[in-house]
Design a binder for this molecule. Structure first.
Ligand code: DC
Length: 268
């Protein structure tokens, strides 16, 4: 049985595919019972928004994706939209190498910017930009772009559209404080800087990039600083967020942790 969450006309849908791998009646019965169990669990989870905020490279998106998968929610990566605007700004000359931003020019151009999520990630119009937005060139300019209030208004409007149908897990920096201050469950993720830098460096090395751990640490600290000190919607822990310091936790540990919280909060 597989479950795929997707969006059409801003409505969340789930597609269940059941594939019978044998014609054994007991095996099929087992599959049907399993499917019913998943449906019951799905129906029991209330319509809520789960907001996951925190520092760079704390594993927010991996954690959010697994939660979304576990509870058949839609996962949304708010950082991808900031990265999309950054790519657009770089390609159209609205940001210089030293990060001077032509704000009026960018604001005007965003009126016609068709930035959205689609099959396989983030798109501008018909063009999938998922690979480009993960590049170092974009990573180096996204925090300054995300300080621009006009950019935040543009992204927030898109993000809030998704919230109308609830049943979403969204990760970012200001989801629980600004985008969805009424989210039913807010998690604030943190981890020791060196541990985050090591995780990030390992990811980059796995992609074949040659990285120096000190450069990665410096980049993380710079981004944390800019994200936490900007005037509009800085990265801060919402008063009602639950802190998750995953410095010494595996993903399994984190799932046990969140399931316990969901069980306690929502009586599941
Ligand atoms: O999660 P990420 O690393 O892909 O985010 C990229 C940048 O976007 C990050 O440096 C800060 C910014 N961002 C933000 O300001 N607010 C959000 N809700 C999400 C991301």
């Amino acid at each position: 049985i597989s479950d795929r969450a997707f969006v059409i006309n801003n409505k969340n849908f789930h597609e269940y595919n059941i594939r019978f791998t044998n014609i054994d009646i007991f095996g099929s019965l087992h599959n049907i019972l399993y499917f019913c169990l998943i449906l019951m669990i799905h129906m029991q989870i209330p319509d809520i928004i789960i907001a996951i905020d925190g520092y760079s490279s704390t594993g927010k998106s991996s954690f959010a994706k697994i939660i979304a998968n576990e509870f058949s929610f839609l996962y949304l990566d708010s950082g991808a939209l900031y990265r999309g605007v950054t790519l657009f700004a770089i390609e159209n000359g609205f940001i210089t190498d030293d990060c001077t931003i032509d704000v009026p020019g960018l604001e005007k151009a965003m009126e016609n910017l068709d930035l959205h999520f689609g099959e396989g990630g983030t798109y501008i119009g018909d063009r999938c930009i998922e690979k480009e937005i993960r590049s170092l060139a974009v990573a180096g300019k996204v925090s300054p772009i995300a300080t621009v209030p006009e950019v935040r208004t543009f992204v927030d409007r898109k993000l809030r559209e998704f919230g109308k149908n609830k049943r979403i897990v969204m990760d970012g920096r200001d989801i629980g404080t600004t985008v969805f201050p009424d989210a039913e469950l807010k998690i604030f993720m943190t981890a020791e800087p060196m541990i985050r830098a090591e995780r990030r460096a390992a990811e980059m090395r796995a992609k074949g990039q040659d990285v120096d751990i000190n450069d990665v640490l410096k980049n993380l600290q710079e981004r944390d600083y800019i994200d936490s000190h900007r005037a509009t919607s800085p990265l801060t822990q919402a008063a009602d967020a639950i802190v998750l310091d995953n410095s010494h936790m595996t993903m399994e540990d984190q799932m046990v942790w969140i399931k316990e919280i969901i069980r306690e909060r929502f009586g599941l």
